[in-house]
Design a protein around this ligand. Structure first.
Ligand code: SAH
Length: 205
């Protein structure tokens, strides 16, 4: 998987490549889909949600420019795979999921795999995790109609944020960077994610 799908498409960060080699992706999908776990596409994880394609996970992780001391916030735990990849690279991962069954399943798997630097929460992630902010990096793994304001506020100086923004079906991957002067934005290409719900997602009033 790593050589043909990840390295071949230009992912070069050794920390990302090593994390992708370490985490057993087949444990993050159902028994029925285990034989497809390392294939080049997303897979259903129940509750109409999906685990992202391996390349997308690698691409977003590399874009976060992670350091070993970083504290990272993820919105959309899902299967827990992306959080597990982050946890190989950084000091601590905070991940929020809004569907209770997925939250519980991921928590159990993190415990079984002894990924002790992942902190989980069952909540609407679009409000972020104020008590633990500011974060060095924030990743949203569901498609947002616009950039959720509370998350930008919880990004520290020097912080990076990666998220898909756009319509319900297709989005543009956006990278935000905060420095002393303010927020800078770059576009990283088209993508397709399930919907970000919640107060600053598709359910906004
Ligand atoms: N990172 C996941 C991909 C999950 S798909 C993985 O590696 O498997 C996106 C997930 O985002 C879904 O589980 C969905 O329920 C969750 N989600 C959507 N809106 C959310 C919100 N407002 N807060 C937290 N999680 C949300």
């Amino acid at each position: 998987m790593v050589k043909n799908q990840i390295e071949a498409r230009g992912i070069t960060d050794p920390k990302v490549l090593s994390a992708m080699r370490k985490v057993p992706r087949h444990l993050f999908v159902s028994d029925a889909l285990m034989d497809q776990a390392y294939a080049d596409h997303p897979l259903p994880i129940g509750e109409q949600q999906t685990i992202s394609q391996p390349y997308i996970v690698a691409h977003m992780t590399q874009a976060l420019q992670l350091n070993p001391d970083d504290r990272v916030l993820e919105i959309g735990t899902g299967s827990g795979y992306q959080a597990a990849i982050l946890a190989q690279i950084v000091f601590r991962v905070y991940t929020i999921e809004t569907i209770r069954t997925l939250h519980i399943k991921a928590r159990k798997l993190f415990d079984e795999l002894k990924y002790s630097n992942i902190v989980t929460r069952y909540a609407d992630g679009t409000n972020g995790w104020k008590d633990e902010s500011p974060f060095d990096a924030i990743i949203i793994t569901a498609g947002a109609p616009e950039i959720p304001v509370p998350l930008v506020q919880q990004l520290g100086i020097g912080g990076r944020m990666v998220l898909p923004v756009g319509g319900r079906l297709t989005q543009e991957m956006i990278k935000l960077y905060r420095d002393e002067e303010g927020i800078h934005q770059a576009k990283l290409g088209g993508c397709r994610f399930v919907k970000l719900v919640g107060e600053y997602g598709w359910d906004k009033k």
